[in-house]
Write a protein that binds this ligand. Structure first.
Ligand code: GTP
Ligand code: MG
Length: 233
């Protein structure tokens, strides 16, 4: 299993005196009703809806993260429908991603068992070397109905070279952390030259940084106060 890199170590590797604005494409997949859209809505809009409608095809969300004074990342987030009937559409979005979040519901064993199928499907279209995989055990607020233990999730992630996290969009557990973690890992691999930015692959783009000279915090960019976005644990 991979671990998240602290920002300090990223700063050390950063190319000094240069400001970068990156765009990373990240896809989120998993069974229907596991909470993919809710996780993204919480991350991008800061809200949770009890009766969320199933996604039709693919939805698109954006959020900008400021990793530090010189590094700004625009996350382009593709929210896919878990329902089988949309599978042929959603599959076409896998190829151009630098990050892939596979989500299961900790209170639904079947959704965890299907994580293997989702991973297999992603591997069919994705160049593994270029993609950071994150396994997410979601709805951790439903601990009293838990059907998948944390160690089972960790073991699966370990076996498949994935980062692992348990989250809840409802009680705001690890939502910010999960996206920050995948962003930092993509950035680390990019800086270390582990990602092959092939012609025709749009998982990562480097965009010229507007020379405002201003430091823009996550709060200013998103309207969120990071201080309130704490993990429940
Ligand atoms: P599809 O779009 O059909 O693939 O489903 P989805 O994975 O996007 O699920 P969605 O986000 O629509 O959520 C399904 C249901 O789970 C909704 O009723 C949500 O309110 C609920 N839900 C989402 N996240 C959480 C959570 O963290 N805790 C709890 N208890 N419920 C959640
Ligand atoms: Mg959805």
């Amino acid at each position: 299993m991979l671990s998240a890199y602290p920002l300090d170590s990223l700063e050390m590797r950063e190319r000094k005196d240069t400001k970068y604005f990156y765009q990373f494409r990240v896809i989120i997949i998993g069974d229907s009703t596991v909470g993919k859209s809710s996780l993204l809505r919480q991350f991008t809009e800061g809200q949770f809806i009890e009766s969320s409608d199933p996604t039709v095809g693919v939805d698109f969300h954006v959020r900008v993260l400021q990793l530090n004074e010189n590094i700004r990342v625009k996350l382009q987030l593709w929210d896919t429908a878990g329902q089988e009937r949309f599978r042929s559409i959603t599959k076409t979005y896998y190829r151009n991603c630098a990050g892939c979040l596979i989500v299961y519901d900790i209170s639904n064993r079947e959704s965890f068992e299907h994580a293997r199928d989702w991973l297999y499907e992603a591997h069919q279209s994705i160049d593994d070397q270029n993609v950071v995989f994150l396994l997410i055990g979601h709805k951790v607020d439903l601990d009293y109905q838990r059907e998948v233990t944390t160690s089972e999730g960790e073991a699966f992630a370990n076996a498949h070279d994935m980062i692992f996290m348990e989250t809840s969009a409802k009680v705001l557990c690890n939502v910010e952390e999960a996206f920050l973690c995948v962003t930092k890992e993509i950035y680390r691999r990019l800086v270390e030259g582990d990602i092959d930015q092939k012609e025709g692959w749009d998982g990562i783009k480097t965009i010229p940084f507007r020379p405002t000279g201003l430091y823009v915090s996550n709060e200013n960019l998103t309207g969120h106060d990071d201080g309130h976005r704490r993990c429940c644990r």
